[in-house]
Design a protein around this ligand. Sequence first.
Ligand SMILES: Cc1cc2nc3c(=O)[nH]c(=O)nc-3n(C[C@H](O)[C@H](O)[C@H](O)COP(=O)(O)OP(=O)(O)OC[C@H]3O[C@@H](n4cnc5c(N)ncnc54)[C@H](O)[C@@H]3O)c2cc1C
Length: 366
Amino acid sequence: MVGAGPAGLAFARVLHRHGHPVTVLERDSGPEARPPGGTLDLHEGLGQLALDKAGLLARFQTLARPEGQAMRILDAAGTVLRDWRPRPEDRANPEIDRGHLRDLLLGPLDVRWGRGVTEVLPDTGDGTLVRFADGRQETFDLVVGADGAWSRVRPAVSPVTPHYTGVTFVETSLDDVDTRHPGLARLVGDGSMAVYGVNRGLVAQRNSGGHVKVYAQFRAPVDRHAGLDRADAEAVRSVLLSLFDGWAAPVLDLLRHGTAFVRRPLHALPVSHTWTHVRGVTLLGDAAHLMPPLGAGANLAMLDGAELAESVAGCHGALDETVRAFEERMWARAARWASVTTAGLERLVSPDPAEALALFDQVQPS
Ligand SMILES: Cc1cc2nc3c(=O)[nH]c(=O)nc-3n(C[C@H](O)[C@H](O)[C@H](O)COP(=O)(O)OP(=O)(O)OC[C@H]3O[C@@H](n4cnc5c(N)ncnc54)[C@H](O)[C@@H]3O)c2cc1C
């Protein structure tokens, strides 16, 4: 298994539950090597199903934030257009901090940290060969590439690389909002708040412990705002404030009080990315089907991992046929979600902000 993200850890944890050893190779030097990222909503039939297969659903429910499903939509003038709150018993898509999810999945797993993979060569006679950044190499019966958007395993099965979607996010965050920025805490509420304008959006999401992640979203050529990579937070802030010029002051306060800024141009694989099956290698999660971040990627990644692990655990020696059959199922499911999220991104960050509202009304339970 290459990669200790949601896909890789779900795969390893379900195999572990079935009593099978699995080696997890991860490039990061340890679980805390990077900030874990924002909150994730785990859907009942996807991420939660994967946790159930791992025997972790009850633990998840103690960590999850059902109130985090709340969603408020404003226009650029600050008028609240929608203010949806879940009922107390609503458990369809509760939120969990990524760090909490990672720790839940990690549990007893043995991850080899600091093992960046550089290349995978299938069918060397002895099994699949994995080369590491430190010069070492090792062979395995099956290499599962769950190493994300810029997978180093993918070239062993597919020449395709992700393309830019036309939309860039710049991420920032605020800490201790309830005490340091009570007005913004009320604006964001218990879950997410989104403001949509012409080819622009600003989304704020509450994580646990009063931490709020903010995503400034806009359409632009991929290199137009390369300057936003600068370490100088004040320079980035000022570019963003000019991009969102004229928006309501409380909304812009999310950018005024944000700390570090990270530019994330959104990339995606083609909607129906498949490959000719290669013995001894497969892909899961973003490595297989990177798509716009509209709440599905981690869910699909986890379910991919859990389902492949269950299939492998019960395959009684027919490993290659099992992997081949799993790929067909994964491709069909991923293609459906990739087409939904691709169309969704077009409507959320679009020339007509009414499209974003219409999308919300279409998907949100009333
Ligand atoms: C801003 C944003 C918000 C999102 N919000 C949501 C959401 O609310 N809900 C949702 O379901 N999805 C969401 N997503 C999508 C989600 O983050 C991804 O789909 C998910 O993380 C994919 O999981 P993965 O395990 O396939 O890959 P990753 O999470 O990318 O994990 C890959 C792992 O592989 C490791 N790795 C990479 N290269 C190598 C290498 N060469 N050798 C060894 N290890 C390597 C990485 O360090 C990492 O640990 C969001 C994405 C973004 C960008």
